[in-house]
Design a protein around this ligand. Structure first.
Ligand code: AVJ
Length: 313
């Protein structure tokens, strides 16, 4: 049995327009990473996950494969935020006894595919199409003990303040006995991190530039993708990776739908993503600030990635 609730319509397009208007008129230009993921961007992200340098997905998947039973012990319902592909949910569902799966994603295609692909597992799928930053109040009422999973390390895309705010909104979904399963990439040798965000095949570079194609298509803009180079580096002070797009020559861009003209100086950069790397201490502190308690930190032998198990404090 499956159902899909859709809570997105015009509002989704509005966020892109607002984010482009705000982000490209700032002194330090910036676009939020959520706009990478159109059909092409989602496909490129799946390709990134298969690159030898990109360790997070592979490492997290290994943890899920080994530890699903413990992560899902006593759980009746799995809610997955930003669900994307179903591979991880499948490992969690197969490892435990949950009878309902609630994938939440901005992409209706993703949610419908999840409902179809997991139908054979004998779990009820209740998909929700929505923005995890705005629609967490629209989840179906809980069916027993809940695990809310936010995997992949996407929590690292939030700046520290909004990260804590977002964790607080997740805390609001947890009753006593419920848990959060939070995937987070850990601090490690910067060379390994930088390679993961600048793969030799250039897939991450193409993924990065794809955000400009999204703006061109959705907002009638005329970015020249070839005029921007991919930049990725690990900021050792903040302990996060940044991706930027750097103008190779001065650029004049028109964003038709906004009636906006934007100039880039030679070598000017547009920040497109931060991806924070964590220590146990930082995870515990962020959780605590959101009213959550870190119950367990489940990691791989090299301690490259962690899935935190947390509950309402
Ligand atoms: C999907 C947000 C976890 O930050 O590592 C991959 C996205 N960016 N390569 C990450 C991404 C560049 C990814 N997350």
């Amino acid at each position: 049995m499956s159902a899909v609730d859709v809570h997105l319509a015009v509002a989704a397009e509005r966020t892109l327009a607002d984010d482009v208007l705000d982000g490209l008129t700032r002194p330090f230009k910036e676009l939020p990473p959520k706009h990478f993921y159109d059909a092409r961007g989602s496909q490129l992200f799946e390709l990134i996950c298969a690159q030898p340098e990109y360790y997070p997905t592979r490492t997290e998947t290994a943890i899920l494969r080994e530890r699903a039973a413990e992560l899902m012990d006593g759980v009746d319902e799995l809610v997955e935020l930003g669900s994307g592909a179903t591979a991880k949910a499948r490992l969690l569902l197969e490892g435990g006894e949950a009878t309902r799966y609630v994938p939440v994603d901005v992409s209706e295609t993703v949610v419908r595919a999840a409902a179809d692909e997991l139908a054979g597992l004998g779990v009820e799928v209740h998909g929700v199409v929505g923005d995890i930053e705005r629609h967490l109040d629209r989840l179906p009422p809980p069916a027993g003990r809940r695990a809310v999973a936010f995997l992949g390390g996407t929590i690292g895309n939030f700046l520290p303040g909004s990260r804590r705010r977002f964790l607080r909104s997740i805390a609001g979904l947890l009753a006593p006995g419920d848990r959060l399963l939070l995937g987070a990439d850990l601090v490690k040798d910067p060379a390994l991190i930088e390679a993961a965000y600048d793969d030799a095949a250039g897939v991450t570079a193409e993924f990065n530039r794809n955000v400009l194609a999204v703006v061109n298509r959705e907002l009638d803009a005329d970015f020249d993708l070839d005029a921007f180079e991919h930049v990725a580096f690990f900021d050792r002070v903040h302990e996060w990776t940044e991706m930027r797009l750097r103008a190779l020559t001065p650029q004049h861009v028109t964003i038709g739908a906004l009636g906006l003209e934007v100039d880039f100086a030679h070598r000017e950069e547009l920040r497109t993503e931060i991806s924070a790397k964590f220590t146990r201490e930082r995870i515990a502190a962020d959780l605590a600030a959101a009213g959550l308690r870190l119950d367990a930190l489940v990691t791989d032998p090299r301690q490259w990635f962690a899935i935190s198990v947390a509950s309402a404090a």
